[in-house]
Design a protein. Structure first.
Length: 125
């Protein structure tokens, strides 16, 4: 399954989200009233989420830089939208326990997880 989230799609987020989720996959109850099980993500889904986090952070930084150079309010408004996008992706990374690639310690966390995985394989063998 591929995540239904797209980076920097623009437009009405509610309409885009509704359109990207098949009716058969939509929950019967609202998120607030129905406890949901968190399932494990595939490597493809994890890669997509980490890519989106990096892309949204980059887009934010670009619009902040454009605003600082030209001072056009539109760049500030887009940067604010990118902040909303990157925070939404960050919430998913936290929910699924995925290291944040936009955090300074991402590579250390990634290497630690790889080392732990190799150690576990040796231990289990």
């Amino acid at each position: 399954m591929t995540p239904a989230i797209t980076a920097c799609g623009g437009g009405d987020d509610a309409q885009a989200e509704a359109a990207s989720v098949p009716a058969s996959a939509a929950p019967q109850d609202s998120l607030e009233t129905s406890p949901r099980r968190i399932r494990l993500l595939s490597q493809e889904e994890i890669a997509a989420l980490t890519y989106m986090r990096e892309e949204e952070k980059l887009a934010h930084d670009v619009y902040v830089a454009l605003y600082s150079v030209w001072g056009a309010n539109v760049f500030s408004q887009i940067a604010q939208s990118e902040t909303t996008h990157t925070e939404a992706i960050l919430a998913l990374l936290i929910k699924y326990g995925i290291a944040d690639p936009a955090a300074g310690s991402y590579y250390i966390e990634k290497l630690t997880l790889q080392l732990a995985g190799h150690a576990w394989k040796e231990f289990a063998a």
